[in-house]
Every structure is written in structure tokens, then in C-alpha cells.
Design a binder for this molecule. Structure first.
Ligand code: CO8
Length: 257
């Protein structure tokens, strides 16, 4: 499938999706949103795919929503069309989704990276929510996900001043899980995704679901949810195989059953 704003490739059980609007620093326009939604829907259905890496270019993961596309919208259009709501499909993607971020991840670009399950950053990555400088505020989850990731003080600093955070600060603050050299970024993310995709599919999806539940539930509810998922995995063939292989000192042969 040929896309106008994306490149896609598959390596084993991992799909690599690359945002590809180089002249606009991968600004997120409506075509890109529709194409990314379509690709993720296809990858969700594809049983051969166990994890996905989302990346951009060396210069920009994405420099935000497309300002030129957005500038003419008035309130009534934004409200009636529920502008931006289509992006929620990324956050509800069930398989592991890793953001590999190099260069700018600003505004909607930072928010898109935060919709992924974790962010691997290159040393050149710069994160920011500069919407305030344009007379708006984050609209795709930045005020909520950034605050949960880095805490109120830093989130307020970023959202109110519009300043950027470099990769080192983002790692210290807990926004990114690891930093790598720019030339290793995609390989590191693909290796992580390949490892994840080698584990039993149901356990992987449930692990993601359990961690995500911690953002929605009280501690008690979250712990009960986790326990039920944990119990349910004892009904799987792969739990028997994983534990038998450990006891037999051999590599497991998982069947995703
Ligand atoms: N939208 C549209 N075009 C963009 C964007 C953008 N967000 N960012 C960069 N571009 C374009 C530039 O206009 C320029 O195009 P042209 O060559 O035709 O003039 C090209 O990309 C290269 O950009 P620059 O020349 O500016 O490159 P620099 O290296 O000098 O600067 C920066 C890089 C600092 C990243 C700068 O481009 C910049 O400040 N960009 C805007 C960043 C920004 O404000 N982002 C937030 C946008 S608002 C937002 O994201 C709201 C989110 C709400 C929901 C999102 C739903 C998708």
C-alpha cells in the first residue's frame, strides 16, 4: 500500500511506520491522521504483527499539528466536527506501540509520542508543548499525559512557557525510557519491539492493558484488575510452555494460544 504521508515496512513480527512529510517537519495534517488510523487498523488485524514502532525523520518526529491547515478553523467547526478526536484511535491501539523520537516532538507530535506505550529518544530529541505561543493549548492529551509522565511542576512549566525539553531532561523526568545515539534509534526501537513480539501475545496485550489501567483506576481497582488478568493467563498454553521450558532449562516455544 502506498501512502502520501507515511512509509511502512515489516521486519518479522514488527511493523515500522515512518511519518513522512519532510518538507513540513512531519506536521500532523488530516491526511496523515487518516492514513495513520488506517495503517494501525490494518496492523491491529494482522495476526503476524506483534508490535509496532512509530518514528519520524532525524530532524523531526513531528513538529505538531499542521498549523497552516488548522489556522482557519472557527469554534463552531472545531466543536461540531469534534476536531482532533480521530487521533484517539492511536491511544486505543491494543498492540505494543513504541515511539522512536529524533529531533522535534512538539505539540501534537509530543502528544502522539505520548500516546505510544513508551518513547525511545535519540540524543537530538526535543519535546515541547508550544501551543500557548499560538494562542491555544494542547488538544490531543498533552495537559493530561505530560502531567502524568513528568508531574505537575514540569508539565506546567512546559505548557505555560512553551519551552522545549531536551532528551536528557526528558529521560530524567520520566518522559522517555531510554536515550540512544541518533544512528541507533530505529534499530534499538525495532530490537525492543522484536523482543516484545517474541513473547506470548495474550500476556503482552494484558500487560499493556494492566499498566494502562493504572491511569484510570484507583489502586485497589487496578490491583484487582491486574490479579484477574494474571489468573486468566494460567488458562493459556503459553503459560504452561513458558514455565515448563524454564524448569527444563530450554528455550520456550510459544504458540500464542
Ligand atoms: N505546521 C505546519 N508546518 C510546519 C509546522 C507545523 N506545526 N512546523 C514546521 N512547519 C513547516 C514550516 O512552516 C516550514 O515550511 P516552509 O519551508 O514551507 O516555510 C518547514 O516546516 C520547516 O520549518 P522551519 O523552517 O520553521 O524549520 P526550523 O528548523 O527553522 O524550525 C521548528 C523548526 C522550531 C520546529 C519550527 O518549525 C516550529 O516552531 N514549528 C512549529 C511548532 C509548533 O508550534 N507546534 C505546535 C503546533 S499546535 C499543535 O500541535 C496543537 C496540537 C493539538 C492537537 C493536534 C492534532 C494533530
Amino acid at each position: 500500500m502506498i501512502y502520501e504521508t507515511l512509509l511502512t515496512e515489516t521486519r518479522g513480527a514488527v511493523a515500522l511506520v515512518t511519518l513522512n512529510r519532510p518538507k513540513a517537519l512531519n506536521a500532523l495534517n488530516s491526511v496523515l491522521m487518516a492514513e495513520l488510523t488506517d495503517v494501525l487498523a490494518d496492523l491491529a488485524r494482522d495476526e503476524a504483527i506483534g508490535a509496532v514502532v512509530l518514528t519520524g525523520s532525524d530532524k523531526a518526529f513531528a513538529a505538531g499539528a499542521d498549523i497552516k491547515e488548522m489556522q482557519g478553523i472557527d469554534f463552531i467547526d472545531a466543536y461540531l466536527q469534534d476536531f482532533i478526536s480521530g487521533w484517539e484511535g492511536v491511544a486505543s491501539f491494543r498492540k505494543p506501540l513504541i515511539a522512536a523520537v529524533s529531533g522535534f516532538a512538539l505539540g501534537g507530535g509530543c502528544e502522539l509520542a505520548m500516546m505510544c506505550d513508551f518513547i525511545i529518544a535519540s540524543e537530538t530529541a526535543k519535546f515541547g508543548q508550544p501551543e500557548i505561543t499560538l494562542g491555544v493549548i494542547p488538544g490531543m492529551g498533552g495537559s493530561q499525559r505530560l502531567t502524568r509522565a513528568v508531574g505537575k511542576a514540569k508539565a506546567m512549566d512546559m505548557v505555560l512557557t512553551g519551552r522545549m525539553m531536551d532528551a536528557a531532561e526528558a529521560e530524567r523526568a520520566g518522559l522517555v525510557s531510554r536515550i540512544v545515539a541518533p544512528e541507533q534509534l530505529v534499530e534499538e526501537a525495532m530490537a525492543a519491539a522484536t523482543r516484545i513480539a517474541s513473547f506470548p501475545r495474550a500476556a503482552v496485550l494484558m500487560a499493556k492493558e494492566a499498566v494502562n489501567r493504572s491511569f484510570e483506576a484507583t489502586l485497589g481497582e487496578g490491583l484487582r484488575f491486574e490479579r484477574r488478568l494474571f489468573h486468566s493467563l494460567f488458562a493459556t498454553t503459553d503459560q504452561k510452555e513458558g514455565m515448563a521450558a524454564f524448569a527444563d532449562k530450554r528455550p520456550p516455544q510459544f504458540s500464542n494460544r
